[in-house]
Design a protein around this ligand. Structure first.
Ligand SMILES: [Zn+2]
Ligand SMILES: [Zn+2]
Ligand SMILES: [Zn+2]
Length: 272
């Protein structure tokens, strides 16, 4: 099956925008309807027959699935077990969508975590979903491959996903601790970005000091300033995603766009 597309269904960090417990002007503006609300980062893959695969299951899954035009996903590909990336699986269970025959893709550790913990295990116990832990596979004219990334391994390990179709290739990498940690593990982000047409990269924080008094080392992520310095010559391939509610790029993207980088926008589509 050809005719694959990848559509951005959300661009925010796990907690979305407005962010729970936050009274910052940006979050207050979103609550008051003076700026748009932002969903957690998610990518939707759709083939020419209308089959839809969600890359990550966010708390915003109902709206994100609706935006794809599909009534249910054919599959879900997970990056890791932090709340913005998998708790949306709860919508697949009998209290909501009540799916049958959905394939959930992820690492062996992710599969083990889901199969052995309530409430997730009921998806498998009730025959609603099966787990596919292969590292690379064909979705039907679209090659999918996961790439391990270093990211706080609390419940599971973490990955990025790469998709290659006849027309283009895309990388989805919403969370990583640092580019140096990836390099130490043998992967140079420059090589990875160079190998794809579009790379959606972790842009949680723009710069140091963004969390006020909170220690930013608690939540390691590359700073966008660092990412732009490393990837200056590859800027046209990069789309910044997974922005925390504190990220100033929400309201003024010129620090990125003036250097040829783009902030991902909900609804943007790549023909794969
Ligand atoms: Zn995240
Ligand atoms: Zn806020
Ligand atoms: Zn995470």
């Amino acid at each position: 099956m050809t005719g694959w597309t990848a559509t951005v269904l959300g661009v925010a960090q796990d907690g979305g925008l407005p962010h729970v417990g936050c009274r910052c002007p940006r979050c207050e503006a979103a609550r008051a309807g003076r700026r748009r609300r932002e969903k957690a980062a998610c990518l939707g893959l759709r083939d020419g027959a209308g089959r839809v695969f969600l890359v990550d299951a966010t708390p915003d899954l109902p709206d994100q699935l609706h935006a794809t035009g599909a009534l249910r996903p054919a599959g879900v590909l997970l990056t890791h077990a932090h709340m913005g990336h998998y708790v949306g699986l709860a919508h697949l269970g009998k209290e909501a969508l009540g799916v049958r025959g959905v394939t959930i893709h992820g690492t062996p550790l992710m599969g083990e975590f889901l199969r052995t913990h309530a409430p997730w295990r009921s998806l498998f116990d009730e025959g609603r979903a099966s787990f596919d832990e292969r590292e690379s596979f064909d979705l039907g004219g679209l090659a999918a491959r996961r790439i391990a990334v270093p990211h706080r391994q609390e419940w599971t390990d973490a990955v990025a996903w790469e998709f290659r179709g006849p027309r283009a290739s895309v990388l989805w990498l919403p969370d990583i601790d640092s580019w140096d940690a990836w390099l130490a593990a043998g992967t140079d982000v420059r090589d990875v970005v160079r190998s794809v047409d579009v790379a959606y990269l972790d842009a949680t924080f723009h710069a140091d000091g963004e969390l006020g008094a909170r220690d930013m080392s608690e939540v390691p992520h590359p700073r966008v300033t660092d990412t732009m310095a490393r990837l200056a010559d590859l800027a046209p391939r990069v789309r910044l995603v997974h922005l925390n509610h504190t990220n100033p790029l929400w309201d003024d993207a010129t620090p990125a766009t003036s250097r040829g980088f783009r902030v991902a926008a909900e609804g943007e589509t790549v023909e794969l």
